[in-house]
Design a binder for this molecule. Structure first.
Ligand code: NAP
Length: 242
């Protein structure tokens, strides 16, 4: 069976992507770091609606944990492989750069950029060898496209992920593995709940934050057969905010 792995699948955008891919008939591996209760809720929702899913805990920023977790999954699933990978796990640690602790610079880049590397590198050989093609979708951000004050760490990590998306897309295209990025603006999740939403909504031409399900629809499309000729793209989903 062809599985999907969604990193950071326990909450927010990742949760909505897990539910969407499951509704598309794809068995889903829900990765999370620490919030087991939230991950179990996503698992329960999928199973109770007749889908197929399982949990896989690892910190994407920890290369050893990622290797151990994915190797254990592969051993338990000798006839299956991961054909869909959504690199969604991410964190924010905002601060003006002159006040930013080095730890906050490194941790944001570790989760977003090194997390992408740790997970993707391990899955690529099988994805490319199987000959059935594959789909990689990287969750970047408007912040990585335009840069946002107070987010030098986050903007740098998300911009780097865009560069990696475009480079990897060229490496994997001959094997029909597409690699695309999705760049949301402001979406209603735990990550944005501490922001001054009423002020920020005024900046958005559509005057509202997006919903996780709207982002999940786009990710679902990029994972579908219909999107087979789209690769190396960054698709914005932001209510008109650029
Ligand atoms: P969220 O609500 O804070 O959820 C983050 C998810 O990532 C959780 O499932 C969390 O797992 C997981 N996670 C965090 N660090 C991890 C790690 N080291 N290893 C594995 N999993 C980890 O965030 P969100 O708003 O859904 O954001 C999802 C992605 O979209 C992020 O990459 C974010 O940068 C991007 N994005 C979000 C927005 C927005 O407006 N919300 C806009 C643009 C881009 P636990 O539950 O275990 O903590």
């Amino acid at each position: 069976m062809k599985y999907a792995l969604v990193t950071g699948g326990s909450r927010g955008l990742g949760r909505a992507v897990c539910l969407k891919l499951s509704r598309m008939g794809i068995p889903v591996i829900i990765n999370y770091q620490s919030n087991q209760k939230a991950a179990e809720e996503v698992l329960g929702e999928i199973l109770s609606s007749g889908g197929n899913a399982e949990l896989l805990r690892f910190n994407v920023a920890d290369a050893d944990e990622v290797s151990r977790g994915l190797e254990a999954w592969e051993q338990a699933h000798p006839d299956d492989y991961i054909a869909y990978l959504v690199n969604n796990a991410g964190i924010r640690k905002d601060n003006l750069m002159f006040m930013m602790p080095a730890e906050d610079w490194h941790s944001v880049i570790d989760v977003t950029l090194h997390g992408f590397f740790n997970v993707t590198r391990q899955l690529l050989p099988k994805m490319m060898m199987r000959g059935h093609g594959g789909r990689i979708v990287n969750m970047t951000s408007l912040s990585g496209l335009k840069g946002m004050a107070g987010q030098t760490n986050y903007s740098a990590a998300k911009a780097a992920l865009i560069g990696a998306t475009k480079a990897l897309a060229q490496e994997t295209a001959p094997r029909n593995v597409t690699v695309n990025a999705v760049a949301p603006g402001f979406i209603e999740t735990d990550m944005t709940k501490d922001l001054p939403q009423d002020e920020l909504k005024k900046l958005v031409p559509m005057k509202r934050f997006g919903k996780p399900e709207e982002v999940a629809s786009l990710v679902g499309f990029l994972c579908s057969d219909e999107a087979g000729y789209i690769t190396g793209e960054v698709i914005s989903i932001n209510g008109g905010l650029y």
